[in-house]
Design a protein around this ligand. Structure first.
Ligand SMILES: Cc1cc2nc3c(=O)[nH]c(=O)nc-3n(C[C@H](O)[C@H](O)[C@H](O)COP(=O)(O)OP(=O)(O)OC[C@H]3O[C@@H](n4cnc5c(N)ncnc54)[C@H](O)[C@@H]3O)c2cc1C
Length: 400
């Protein structure tokens, strides 16, 4: 089974890459290989469903550039294919004096990233938009929206097949052999050959990269579980749309928020705790080998020794609903423990380097016959068509 390009991973990034490759050259023979029996089972299907505006990211970074380009492409895509989405906007809320300078910095960054219509709000202004919010100050971001990324990814899959690409489900890549002009990919079901391999394996992207190059990478994926609660239906009126805290610059992905979901309901969360297995959606999911690997990684140990207090706080909130509720009450004081019911969880694939840096930006590593997408954290769902376009561009140069 000789292919032009094989893409490992049927999440939103792998699928967007396949789609962009077929748009760039409709004659290519493209194969996506996904280990699960359906597309988008992992990060793509278990996220907050927010269309990010590009507010947070360092101007000029891959995240900033891809977010705005990806945002525009995603909106066009949803309109063209009748995928429900809403640009409902969000409020970012400072609840303590010490957050006010960070709030102002974030507002400025949003402007530098080209966002229009940002509006600073005093407490009364905040309550006009979100009547139950408590804050010293905040601002409104009109561009932020909501969508169901599983629906988006499934549409990408449908179009890939319609354009002649193939998707194999239920096949896990277990071995890769890279030679000068061909890459051999062994799965749990078959053996494939390809001119180029693109690794979009999310939580296992470091493992697949290791299989392809024969040596371990200098970054490791550390899985962080994000747990959600849902508001009881009769208390959903506490939240109109999206309510976010001011992020901690050291951990921009921390800080529980409220999100109205496109498929209905309001979610509160997610927190971030070390997952004891890479696809560990429940506290009880443990894979000893994977846990030991995370704990033994020098970079993770450095992060843990530096930020143990933050980590313990997240753990505590994971086990104590009262503590989770208390964190939410900073934004909405009227929330009570009994308003919250268990929601789902997602696991973030966070690349961590050897020296203890949590890789912040998207990370794409190239070899002669392999492209590895090694870090595609949030907002990679928003940015998928832009990341896919970049990866497809690199791939087309390599095979043409
Ligand atoms: C809790 C949470 C909240 C988030 N919120 C948002 C948000 O609101 N907005 C936003 O833009 N982004 C958000 N993100 C980030 C976003 O979901 C991810 O960046 C994006 O889904 C990454 O897509 P992916 O295709 O790289 O990974 P995935 O969706 O994880 O896909 C990777 C695929 O590779 C497959 N795979 C792995 N190993 C193999 C193998 N050996 N063989 C075959 N297949 C394999 C997996 O089964 C999986 O389907 C959030 C993420 C999380 C976890």
């Amino acid at each position: 089974m000789q292919k032009d390009v094989i893409i490992v991973g049927g999440g939103i990034v792998g699928l967007a890459t396949a789609l962009k490759l077929l748009e760039g050259n409709p004659n290519l023979d493209i194969q996506v290989i996904e280990k699960e029996s359906e597309l988008a089972r992992h990060q793509t299907g278990n996220n907050s469903g927010v269309i990010h505006s590009g507010l947070y990211y360092k101007p000029g970074s891959l995240k900033a550039r891809n977010c705005i380009n990806g945002y525009n492409q995603l909106i066009d895509f949803c309109k063209t294919h009748n995928i429900p989405f809403e640009l409902c906007g969000k409020v970012v809320v400072a609840t303590e004096e010490k957050e006010l300078p960070l709030l102002n910095n974030l507002f400025e960054r949003g402007r530098q990233n080209g966002l229009e219509g940002l509006r600073m709000l005093d407490p009364a202004g905040l309550r006009e938009i979100e009547p139950h919010v408590n804050g010293l100050a905040g601002f409104f971001v009109p561009q932020t929206g909501i969508v169901d990324y599983k629906v988006v990814a499934q549409k990408y899959g449908e179009l890939i097949r319609a354009k002649g690409g193939s998707i194999a489900l239920g096949e896990r890549v277990v071995k890769i052999r890279t030679e000068q002009s061909v890459v051999t990919v062994e799965t749990t079901k078959s053996t494939w050959k390809t001119r180029l391999l693109v690794n979009c394996a999310g939580l296992y992207s470091d493992k697949v990269a290791g299989m392809a190059s024969g040596e371990a990478l200098d970054v490791k994926i550390i899985p962080f579980r994000g747990e959600y609660y849902k508001l009881r239906p009769d208390r959903e009126s506490l939240v109109r749309n999206l309510i976010y805290p001011v992020p901690d610059p050291n951990f921009p992905f921390l800080g529980v928020h409220f999100t109205r979901m496109m498929r209905g309901g309001v979610e509160a969360g997610p927190n971030a705790v070390l997952a004891f297995s890479r696809e560990g959606y429940r506290k009880s999911d443990i894979r000893l080998g994977e846990l030991t690997e995370s704990l033994a990684w020098p970079g993770f140990r450095k992060v843990a020794s530096k930020y143990w207090r933050t980590g313990l706080g997240e753990m505590y909130r994971s086990f104590s609903k009262a503590a989770f509720t208390k964190a939410l009450q900073k934004l909405i004081p009227d929330i009570r423990e009994e308003d919250l019911v268990e929601g789902g969880a997602g696991v973030r694939a966070q690349a961590c380097d050897r020296t203890g840096g949590l890789v912040d930006d998207f990370l794409i590593l190239e070899e002669a016959r392999v492209i590895n997408v090694c870090n595609a954290p949030s907002p990679a769902a928003t940015s998928s068509l832009s990341i896919g376009e970049s990866v497809a561009g690199i791939a087309l140069k390599k095979i043409n």
